[in-house]
Design a protein around this ligand. Structure first.
Ligand code: PLP
Length: 223
């Protein structure tokens, strides 16, 4: 019998494929990142056995604890950092993560550039944009995005491949997805990490190339 994680993954993947077709896009253009924060490694393992390979965690320590053995057992596992990165964790983040989605300030960008040069490991990175201009949220402000992208990509030669956003909780997400797409377009960036359990189909309509889905795969957190 198929386990519930496998069934959830299959259902989410079907919804992704359908949303892509509705948007006249190729389903394989949309990568599913299974967000496993707070969930146990055993559930991640179930997802791996079901064929899932991209995962997201928002804390460096939790990821190291949970994923060190999993990465050894599944060498093609791709781990994305989707939570705020403190500059004192840059070394571990560059060594351990395969993508960094939360590049959001000059000090962090400089620290990442130094560490990537030193280590010769350059995880593809996304710049996080605070599309809702929420004071408590990280991410560069939309009006500062062009300059920050240029700083990261041109001055520091960071491997910036796209943009990421987390729209405000109680707002219509479409405007935020459209804004992120526009900033990416005018800066020649092709990847958009946007859309979570509640809104990934909408995000795909606006061009999402990575959707970050936790609850719809692993169930509620802390419950
Ligand atoms: C937790 C989290 C997600 C997943 O959220 P769900 O609503 O559980 O799908 C996506 N992105 C980020 C940045 C997160 O922290």
């Amino acid at each position: 019998m198929e386990g519930s994680i496998a069934a959830n993954l299959r259902a989410v993947r079907e919804r992704i494929d359908e949303a892509a077709r509705r948007a006249a896009r190729k389903p394989e253009e949309v990568s599913l990142i299974a967000v496993s924060k707070t969930h146990e490694a055993s559930l991640v393992r179930e997802a791996l056995f079901a064929g899932q390979r991209h995962f997201g965690e928002n804390r460096v320590q939790e990821a190291l604890f949970k994923y060190t053995a999993l990465k050894e057992a599944f060498p093609d596992l791709v781990l994305h950092l989707i939570g705020t990165l403190q500059t004192n964790k840059v070394k571990e983040a560059v060594a351990f993560f395969d993508a960094i989605e939360t590049l959001d300030r000059p000090r962090l960008a400089e620290a990442l550039a130094r560490e990537m040069d030193k280590r010769g490991r350059r995880p593809p990175s996304f710049i996080e944009v605070n599309t809702g201009e929420e004071p408590q949220k990280s991410g560069v402000l939309p009006k500062e995005a062009d300059a920050f992208i240029a700083f990261c990509r041109d001055r520091l030669a960071l491997p910036v491949i796209g943009l990421m956003c987390i729209p405000p909780a109680f707002e219509e997400p479409s405007l935020h997805f459209a804004l992120l797409r526009e900033i990416a377009r005018r800066n020649g960036l092709s990847r958009l990490s946007m859309g979570m359990s509640a809104d990934f189909e909408i995000a795909i309509g606006f061009g999402a190339t990575e959707v970050r889905v936790g609850t719809a795969i692993f169930g509620p957190r802390g419950g």
